[in-house]
Design a protein around this ligand. Structure first.
Ligand code: ATP
Length: 253
């Protein structure tokens, strides 16, 4: 039987030392949908996102309780291969972070790390990933130039191409457009619309307008708790809780 979710958290708690940053979060993400995580600064959105591909493992004082399922598999199961998890659940960060390498090598990076040697395969993947990230036409004649010479918006699309090259199933995006100008932001938003045909996307955004434009579902966090989640149209027009209404109408946060 097919799951009705691609990924799911069950009663997730997360601690930085004694500080409980996430409190009892149960939330699911459906395949090929975009889910936006919104809420005031410090409410735990990025912490939650980073739990989903175990990026928080790198923080020594951190501790997780509860379950996170990818399909039916618990991603915190000791037998799980974390490198494989991060291949399946890719991530794009707030600030574009290309490596000081060529555009081609940035895109091919994950394939090389995963031991792929076939040159033709790598070339095809690089081209496809750059096309999927809506960057190919702008860079196809300078694939061997440094990625650091690209504009901020181009660098961010390159980081998206790099994430796509290893064929993830889920793409996590932590405020992917917050460092970009309105035109570059629009390109990333258009891209998200295209990508959701193939990928499950979870995006943290500070912009409620952006959440309303790009997402199918929205989850509102406040002080480490999931307050309300619903279809985006419903959450923004008919929130069930006063706290959500106050936030989306700008009365706090
Ligand atoms: N490495 C860390 N060590 C200790 N506390 C942390 C760490 N990272 C985040 N926190 C704390 O956890 C809480 C949640 O932070 P988080 O960055 O997840 O919030 P956020 O909603 O993404 O905020 P913002 O919108 O400002 O990015 C905050 O109180 C923050 O200070």
């Amino acid at each position: 039987m097919k799951n009705n979710y691609k990924m799911k958290t069950e009663n997730l708690n997360f601690y930085y030392g004694d500080f409980k940053a996430l409190d009892d979060i149960t939330l699911d993400f459906k395949e090929c949908q975009v889910t936006a995580l919104i809420g005031p600064s410090g409410c735990g959105k990025s912490t939650f996102l980073r739990c989903l591909n175990r990026m928080n493992d790198l923080i020594p004082i951190s501790r997780v309780e509860g379950k996170i399922l990818l399909d039916k598999e618990d991603i915190y199961d000791p037998s799980l291969d974390v490198v494989m998890l991060r291949r399946r659940v890719g991530m794009v960060f707030q600030k574009p972070n290309p490596f000081p390498k060529t555009i081609f090598e940035n895109t091919a990076y994950g394939l090389r790390v995963n031991g792929v040697k076939d040159k033709t395969f790598i070339q095809e993947k690089v081209e496809n990933s750059l096309k999927n990230a809506a960057l190919w036409d702008e860079v196809k004649d300078r694939l061997n130039d440094s990625a650091l010479g690209l504009s901020g918006g181009q660098q961010q699309r390159l980081c998206i191409a790099r994430a796509l090259a290893v064929e993830p199933e889920i793409v996590l995006m932590d405020e992917p457009a917050s460092a970009l100008d309105p035109i570059a932001t629009q390109k990333i938003e258009d891209l998200i619309h295209e990508l959701k045909k193939q990928y499950t996307i979870i995006i943290v955004t500070h912009s409620m307008q952006q959440a309303a434009r790009v997402s199918d579902m929205t989850a509102f966090f406040y002080m480490g708790r999931l307050i309300e989640t619903d279809e985006t149209d419903t959450l923004f027009t008919r929130p069930r809780l006063k706290q959500t209404e106050d936030y989306i109408t700008g009365r706090f946060g």
